[in-house]
Write a protein that binds this ligand. Structure first.
Ligand code: AMP
Ligand code: ZN
Length: 466
């Protein structure tokens, strides 16, 4: 079955094929670095990671660009309040974002582009729009006249007929359903930072940043553009208007939007004050893998309700998978290949792939894997699993983990590496053989203190992390 994705533009599931296979050209709206990113934001970034990984699984090669919004209304307010340069102010949050993304095992896009390093490109884009008759100047700022782009509002199904001609906004973000001429270039005022350009002293608006960088690195037509659902209007609508008025070509073939992470029915957001950063949640003792699991387990077009009980359940679910992996690695099974098991593995893989191809139905894919693990554990208990099935079973688990990436525990600070644990266990065995019980007890205590659990099984000693 082919990969199908829900395109916001058509409001339908569509078969996915890139324009120039095997390369997929994809653009993601990155963070606005004025504070720590919260886990609601990470829901959207985690969706993009699953999308990347699934495209790679299906043999595509990614050319993925993400911007860092490092000049914008909120950033300027924050930097001015702290008396810092833009760069000083944004760098700390950009670093934190990249660090948190790595903690959550989000693959890095092929290119990360900062808005402030593309001012000249944006100025050129605005000049091209002016040549095309799409702009006007008011009090030194340049605005996009949306009446010059009849398709305006199509992505978000907004009816713009009722709008006041010439009504405009200066803010980077504005209210839903408030279609207005939007600002491309803001004239400098009140000690705000600015760049000296042919458009005057000033700075770009938020919207021009994304379409300009997307087109610069990915060409006129992108395969995929992603973001959170709240970006559909006005941000993405404005990106389309800007890009298509310059290139006269379709800007984006597939628009994918992630639904919100919510807390008690409300969107998690900085302005509502109901947010947790990744650091907040880690401090409560949850593992990065559990958070990653939770953020990706709900299919991206469903709202994700955030609770700590669900994070506990995620820890348990991951444990079950790790125990299964350990059993595959260390269990002793009868010789040969059991055909029923072989068929069961093939069915689980087919179900997993079908669900992921179905608009990244992660809940279905996880369900298929857990059902298979449950049945296979039962087969092992009753001696109906064979040594000849181990390789296939391992291959399936690693295929699963290429996408979900939760099987390897994140080392806790100051913790022993796997090799160190193995060495200590071997030393403890030797100490016991030499009847040096003092040393063997010391090692047992040290391992226990590190949260390493030893199990004496028929097949020898095996261990796992708590
Ligand atoms: P921002 O830094 O505000 O530009 O947001 C970065 C990304 O996170 C955008 O794609 C937003 O749409 C997305 N986002 C913001 N809040 C949430 C939320 N509560 N749940 C999911 N995604 C969100
Ligand atoms: Zn954007």
């Amino acid at each position: 079955m082919a990969l199908r994705l829900f395109n916001t533009a058509s409001q339908q599931l569509e078969d996915f094929t890139p324009l120039n296979a095997p390369v997929v050209r994809m653009y993601t709206c990155g963070p606005t670095v004025y504070n720590y990113v919260h886990i609601g934001n990470f829901r959207t970034f985690a969706f993009q990671d699953i999308l990347r990984r699934w495209l790679a699984y299906r043999g595509y090669q990614l050319d993925h660009v993400m911007n860092i919004t490092d000049v914008e209304d909120k950033i300027i307010r924050g930097a001015m309040a702290e008396n810092k340069s833009l760069r000083e102010y944004t760098q700390q949050y950009e670093d934190a974002f990249l660090e948190d993304s790595a903690t959550l095992r989000l693959q890095k896009p092929e290119r990360i582009a900062r808005a402030t390093e593309h001012i000249d490109d944006m100025v050129e884009a605005i000049q091209a729009l002016t040549e095309g008759g799409h702009t006007y100047v008011s009090e030194g700022s340049v605005y996009f006249r949306i009446a010059t782009f009849p398709r305006y509002g199509r992505l978000s199904r907004l009816h713009v007929e009722g709008m006041q001609a010439g009504a405009r906004v200066d803010m980077d973000e504005y209210e839903k359903d408030d279609a207005r001429d939007f600002v491309l270039w803001k004239a400098q005022r009140d000690g705000e930072p600015g760049w000296d350009t042919p458009l005057g002293q000033g700075r770009p608006g938020w919207h021009i940043e994304c379409s300009t960088m997307a087109n610069k690195y990915l060409g006129d037509t992108l395969d995929i553009h992603t973001g959170g659902i709240d970006l559909t209007f006005p941000h993405h609508e404005n990106e389309i208007a800007q890009a298509e008025c310059i290139s006269h070509k379709q800007f984006v073939r597939y628009w994918l939007h992630a639904e919100h992470l919510i807390v008690e029915g409300q969107k998690m957001s900085k302005s509502l004050g109901n947010f947790y950063t990744l650091r907040d949640v880690l401090q409560r003792g949850y593992s990065p893998e559990a958070i990653r699991y939770r953020l990706t387990a709900v299919p991206y077009r469903n709202k994700l309700n955030f609770t700590f009980a669900d994070l506990d359940a995620a820890e348990t679910a991951i444990d079950r998978l790790r125990n299964f992996a350990l059993r595959l690695a260390t269990g002793k099974f009868k010789e040969g290949k059991c055909p029923e098991v072989e068929a069961r593995i093939a069915r689980a893989r087919a179900e997993f792939e079908t669900d992921m191809d179905d608009d990244l139905n992660t809940a279905g894919a996880l369900g298929a894997i857990f059902e298979y693990v449950r049945e296979t554990n039962a087969a092992m208990d009753s001696g109906e699993f064979c040594a000849g099935n181990v390789e296939d079973a391992k291959a399936l688990l690693s295929a699963f983990d290429r996408i979900f990436d939760v099987l390897t525990p994140t080392p806790r600070e100051g913790s022993l590496s796997d090799a160190e644990v193995d060495a200590l266990i071997a030393e403890r065995q030797r100490a016991r053989m030499e009847r040096n019980f003092k040393r063997s007890d010391e090692i047992r205590d040290e391992l226990a203190a590190q949260g390493i659990i030893l199990e004496d099984t028929r097949d020898g000693i095996r261990w796992k992390r708590k």
